[in-house]
Design a protein. Structure first.
Length: 917
C-alpha cells in the first residue's frame, strides 16, 4: 500500500476545492466530508459553489467504468452485471448442480461473497487447493460454470472492474484526468492496491491520506447489562445535546443489528418522546441509525407483496387480513369498519387460504345487501365501496396474467396490478414512506433487468424472485443531517464527532473471533492474510480501529455490559488501559421519561358501577351463550353479546373441532331422517347399515364442501369420510343398547322469551320413549361434564335451558359425547336402565341425586335460568367472574383489557381470585 500522508481537515478541504477527486472507504464518510465542505463554504459566506468530487470507492469504480464505456473506449466484456443479476446467476448455477441443496438462495449468497473475495484478493483458483473438502469442491465447480457464462456472454461483475481498468492502463487507452486522493481505508484490497500502483506508475497523481486528529479524552464505563448500557448512552447523548444543540454526537455499536430494536425504542423515549404521539410520522428525529433494514420488512412493501400474492391461485388468509387492515390501501380510513367485518368473516370461516374470486364474493356478501331470492344486489358506482371496486378491477386484470413472461414484462404487469389495487394511496405518505415506495419501484425496474441473463418466469417464480430481492436489499430512508449518529464500528472510521460513545466492547466481541470463508480453503486464506481468517489479523485490525475511535472526538466513552443473560463479561483487552469513569461523572440527562411523568400525574379515577341500560327490546343474539356467559361473568355476556366485543377467530389447517362437529351433526340428522327409530335401526343388517351411513356421509360432505375448503381436496375428503364412517357406526352400536325410542326432532329451532330475553335456540335432538316422555340430547365432540349444570351460577346451563324451554314430561337430559375413544351418553335421567351406564356408579353426587329428586332438579334449573335472564335483561354487567381469574382462564375469556380485571386488584380490597363485584 502507498505510504499514508497525514493532512489536516483544512488541507483536505483545499485539495478537493482545487479539483482533486477524493475516494473514501464508504459512502457515509463521503457524505460527511461533503457536509463538512458545505459547512465550510457557508462560513465563508458563499451562496453557490461547485460540488466537489467526493465519492465512495464503489461509486468511483462504477462511475469510471460507465465513463469508459460512454467515451467509446474499446472494452470487453461490455455488460456490467448488477448485484441482482449476479445473485440470480449464482442461484441458477447452484440450482442446476447435481447435488441438490435445500437452501439455494443462502448458498448462492455465500458463493457470491466468496467469488468477490477471490477477485478482491486476486486469487487464482487452483484445483488442488479446492479439493480438500466438499464445500470448496462444490464452489470450485460453480465458479468454473460462472466464469464460463461470464466469458461466453461478455459479462463483467463489480469486483472485476479493477482488473479491467488495469488492462486499459496497460494498453494506454484510459487514465483519469484528476488528482486522486484516498482516505478512510485501513487497508486496500490487493486488487485496489494493484490498481492504484498502476495508476501511479502511469503518472497519475495519487495520494493516500489520513486526517490528522489529536487524541481526545477517552474513558471506560461498565454498565450492569446491555439495556442499562443503552439507557446510559442515550441519556448521555441527550445531556450533551441540550448543552450544545449543534454538536455532533456519535454512538457506535459493534453488533448494531442485534440491539437495533431496543436502541431505537430507547432513543425515541429519551430523545424524541413526541414521536410516540398519534400522527407524529412527520416529526424530525434528532438521531439517525446508519444500519438500514431489508426493504421487504417495511410495512408498505409487505403490503405490496401481499397484494401481488392475490394474483395467484390462493393467498394466506393471514396475508389478506394484513391487506384489509393496511392504512396504505386506497379507502382505508373511510372503510375501516367494513374491512374489519370482512376480515372477521374470513377468519370465522377458518380457511387458511383464500382465492381472489372467493375474497371478492365474500366482500360482496359483507358489503352489499342480499335480496329475498338470495341474490346479491347489483353494483352501483355511487354506492360501491372503494374496496369492492378495487377487487373487481383485480379480478378483471387477473385474466390477463400470463402463464410465463420475461422479467421486464412481469415488472410492468406487477406495477399495473398494484396500481389497480390502490397500493400506497390509502393516505398521504410521510417522507420515509415515500422513499420506501420509490425504492420498491426501483426494485421492480431492477427485476426487469434480469431479462439480460434469464429466460421466462412463471408467476410463482417471478413473485418469489421479487420477494427474495426485497428481503436482501437493505434500505435506509434518507434523513436531514441529525446531531446524533448511530453507527457500526467500521462505519465510524474517518468520521469526526464532538462526543463519541462506543458501546458493547466486552471481550466476547472485541476483537471479533475469526470467521474464515467456508468456500475458500483455509490455508489459502491464511497464506494471503484475508479478512477474518486468523486471531492475529482480527486483533491487529481491532487495535487500529480502537485507536482511530479514541481520536474521533474530544470526549470518547468506551463501555461494556458487566453481564448478559448467560454469563459475566469482562472489558475488551483493547480498552483496559482507558481510565474508569462512573455514572456521576458522565453527567447523564436526569429528566423523567414520559412513562414516569404519566405515573407521577396519575389520579384516582372514580368509576360509576351502575348497571348498564336494560335491553330496549326482548330479542337478543347469542342463544344459549347468553345464559352461559351471564353465569360465568355478567360483564362477558354484556361485552360479547350486546357490544359485540368478540375476539377474532384464527385460521387453521384442515377442519377445526367446530367444523367437524357441524359435519357430524349433519350426518346424524340425515341418518335419523331415514331410520327414524331404534326399532328400524335394529332391523337393518350391518352391511346395509354401512351403506346407508356412507351415503349420508357423502351427502353431508357434498353439502359442506363449499363452506369448508379442506373438503374440496379429494385426499382429505376421503380420509374424513372414513373417519366419520368409523365413529358413526360406533355411535349407532351404542344407540342399539338403549331402551326403545323414536327420534321426534333434529336441529329443532325454538324461539322463546325467558324473563324478558328473547332467544333463538337449536336443540340438536329430541327423542320420545314408548310412554311419551322426552329425552333432550345435545351432541358434543369434545370433553363434557354434566356436573356443570348444577348449583348457583352453573358453568354450562345450555341443557338446563333446553329443558326449561321444551317443557313437558322430560325423562332425561343428555350430552351425546361422540369423541374418538370416548363415546357415551352423559347426563341425568329420571330412572335407571333407560340409558347405559346412567346414572354413573361413580362421579358427581348431583347426577346420582337428580334421579331421586327429578321434579326438584327441573324446578331449580327453571329458577336459575330465569334469574340469569333477568340479570342480562336488566343490565347486570358487573365484572364478576364466578371463580375470579381462574374462570377467565378456564373459559378462554379475552376481555381482560376491556374489563380491566387485572387492574382491579390494585384498587380493591378483595382478592380478584376469589371473585368480586
Amino acid at each position: 500500500m502507498t505510504e499514508q500522508q497525514a493532512i489536516s481537515r483544512d488541507e483536505l478541504i483545499t485539495a478537493i476545492k482545487n479539483g482533486a477527486t477524493l475516494i473514501t472507504g464508504n459512502s457515509r464518510l463521503a457524505s460527511a466530508i461533503l457536509g463538512e465542505y458545505e459547512h465550510n463554504m457557508r462560513l465563508q459566506d458563499m451562496v453557490a459553489w461547485r460540488t466537489p468530487d467526493v465519492l465512495s470507492v464503489k461509486a468511483w469504480l462504477y462511475r469510471t467504468w460507465e465513463e469508459v464505456v460512454l467515451a467509446g473506449v474499446p472494452v470487453s466484456p461490455l455488460q456490467l452485471l448488477t448485484p441482482d443479476q449476479e445473485s440470480h446467476l449464482w442461484e441458477s448455477i447452484i440450482s442446476h448442480h447435481p447435488q441438490s441443496l435445500l437452501r439455494t438462495q443462502a448458498t448462492a449468497k455465500g458463493a457470491q461473497r466468496a467469488w468477490r473475495l477471490m477477485q478482491d484478493w486476486r486469487l487464482q483458483r487452483q484445483e488442488s487447493d479446492f479439493s480438500l473438502n466438499e464445500d470448496t469442491r462444490a464452489f470450485s465447480e460453480w465458479a468454473v460454470r460462472y466464469e464460463h457464462l461470464c466469458g461466453e456472454n461478455h459479462w463483467l461483475t463489480e469486483n472485476g472492474i479493477p482488473a479491467q481498468l488495469i488492462k486499459l492502463i496497460s494498453n494506454k487507452t484510459w487514465l483519469p484526468e484528476n488528482e486522486l486522493m484516498l482516505t478512510g481505508f485501513d487497508e486496500l484490497t490487493p486488487a485496489l492496491a494493484y490498481l492504484t500502483e498502476r495508476l501511479s506508475d502511469a503518472g497519475v497523481i495519487l495520494r493516500y491520506v489520513t486526517i490528522s486528529e489529536s487524541a481526545g479524552k477517552s474513558v471506560r464505563f461498565v454498565a450492569p447489562d446491555t439495556r442499562s448500557e443503552i439507557e446510559a448512552a442515550c441519556r448521555w447523548a441527550r445531556g450533551r445535546l441540550e448543552k450544545k444543540p449543534a454538536g455532533r454526537i456519535g454512538i457506535v455499536v459493534p453488533d448494531l443489528a442485534a440491539v437495533r430494536t431496543i436502541l431505537t425504542d430507547t432513543l425515541t423515549r429519551v430523545l424524541a418522546p413526541d414521536q410516540m404521539l398519534p400522527d407524529s410520522d412527520n416529526i424530525s428525529l434528532p438521531w439517525n441509525i446508519s444500519l438500514g433494514q431489508p426493504l421487504g420488512s417495511y410495512a408498505v412493501i409487505r403490503l405490496a407483496v401481499h397484494i401481488l400474492g392475490l394474483a395467484g391461485n390462493e393467498s394466506a388468509t393471514e396475508d389478506v387480513g394484513s391487506i384489509l387492515r393496511s392504512p396504505y390501501l386506497a379507502g382505508a380510513a373511510d372503510e375501516a369498519a367494513i374491512r374489519s367485518r370482512l376480515e372477521g368473516k374470513l377468519l370465522k370461516q377458518g380457511d387458511p387460504f383464500i382465492s381472489l374470486s372467493t375474497l371478492h364474493y365474500q366482500a360482496m356478501l359483507t358489503i352489499r345487501p342480499v335480496s329475498t331470492s338470495g341474490d346479491i344486489q347489483p353494483e352501483d358506482d355511487d354506492l360501491t365501496p372503494e374496496l369492492l371496486r378495487r377487487f373487481s378491477g383485480l379480478k378483471a386484470l387477473q385474466k390477463t396474467c400470463p402463464a410465463k413472461a420475461r422479467a421486464n414484462e412481469w415488472a410492468v404487469w406487477f406495477g399495473k396490478w398494484l396500481s389497480v389495487a390502490g397500493w400506497a394511496s390509502g393516505r398521504t405518505l410521510s417522507s420515509h414512506e415515500y422513499q420506501i415506495a420509490e425504492a420498491w419501484k426501483k426494485l421492480l425496474i431492477d427485476f426487469g433487468t434480469l431479462d439480460a441473463i434469464a429466460g421466462q418466469f412463471s408467476f410463482v417464480a417471478a413473485l418469489a424472485r421479487i420477494k427474495n430481492m426485497a428481503s436482501v436489499r437493505i434500505f435506509q430512508p434518507q434523513t436531514p443531517d441529525t446531531p446524533v449518529q448511530v453507527l457500526g464500528l467500521y462505519e465510524a472510521i474517518g468520521l469526526r464527532f464532538d462526543h463519541l460513545w462506543v458501546m458493547g466492547l466486552h471481550d466476547n466481541v472485541w476483537p471479533p473471533s475469526p470467521r474464515p470463508d467456508p468456500f475458500i480453503p483455509r490455508a489459502l486464506q491464511l497464506r494471503h492474510n484475508m479478512p477474518h481468517t486468523s486471531q492475529e489479523r482480527e486483533l491487529r485490525v481491532a487495535r487500529v480501529i480502537t485507536e482511530r475511535l479514541s481520536r474521533s472526538a474530544a470526549e470518547v466513552v468506551f463501555s461494556y455490559p458487566a453481564q448478559n443473560a448467560e454469563e459475566s463479561l469482562r472489558p475488551a483487552p483493547l480498552i483496559t488501559d482507558f481510565p474508569d469513569t462512573y455514572v456521576q461523572e458522565l453527567e447523564l440527562w436526569q429528566g423523567s421519561s414520559w412513562r414516569d411523568l404519566v405515573r407521577a400525574s396519575a389520579l384516582l379515577e372514580q368509576v360509576c358501577a351502575d348497571a348498564v341500560p336494560a335491553l330496549s327490546h326482548q330479542q337478543a343474539s347469542g342463544g344459549s351463550a347468553i345464559f352461559k356467559y351471564q353465569s360465568l361473568c355478567p360483564f362477558r355476556a354484556f361485552a360479547e353479546l350486546r357490544l359485540g366485543a368478540r375476539p377474532m377467530a384464527n385460521t387453521h389447517s384442515g377442519m377445526d373441532a367446530m367444523q367437524r362437529g357441524q359435519l357430524l351433526h349433519r350426518v346424524l340428522e340425515l341418518l335419523w331422517q331415514q331410520v327414524v327409530d331404534q326399532k328400524t335401526l335394529l332391523a337393518i343388517p350391518q352391511e346395509k347399515l354401512d351403506e346407508i351411513v356412507r351415503e349420508k356421509i357423502e351427502m353431508a360432505v357434498e353439502t359442506y364442501k363449499n363452506r369448508f375448503s379442506s373438503l374440496r381436496r379429494s385426499q382429505f375428503r376421503a380420509v374424513e369420510v372414513d373417519r366419520l364412517l368409523d365413529i358413526t357406526l360406533q355411535w349407532l352400536a351404542l344407540e342399539k343398547n338403549r331402551s326403545s325410542f323414536t327420534v321426534r326432532s333434529f336441529e329443532k329451532k325454538t324461539s322463546t322469551v325467558v324473563n324478558g330475553v328473547g332467544v333463538n335456540l337449536w336443540i340438536d335432538r329430541i327423542d320420545e320413549l314408548d310412554d311419551g316422555r322426552k329425552i333432550i340430547i345435545d351432541y358434543k365432540t369434545g370433553k363434557v361434564s354434566p356436573g356443570d349444570w348444577f348449583g348457583e351460577r352453573p358453568n354450562d346451563p345450555q341443557l338446563p335451558l333446553y329443558s326449561v324451554v321444551e317443557g313437558g314430561d322430560i325423562a332425561a337430559v343428555l350430552f351425546g359425547q361422540i369423541r374418538a375413544g370416548e363415546l357415551a351418553y352423559k347426563g341425568v335421567v329420571q330412572q335407571a336402565d333407560m340409558i347405559p351406564d346412567l346414572p354413573p356408579a361413580k362421579g358427581n353426587k348431583s347426577l346420582k341425586e337428580a334421579m331421586q329428586n327429578w321434579p326438584v332438579v327441573l324446578d331449580e334449573w327453571k329458577q336459575e335460568i330465569e334469574r340469569l335472564a333477568k340479570g342480562f335483561s336488566q343490565g347486570d354487567a358487573s365484572v364478576n367472574p364466578k371463580n375470579g381469574r381462574a374462570t377467565c382462564a378456564s373459559s378462554y375469556c379475552q376481555l381482560a383489557v376491556l374489563c380491566r380485571i387485572n387492574e382491579m386488584q390494585f384498587i380493591s380490597d378483595v382478592d380478584p381470585d376469589d371473585g368480586y363485584e
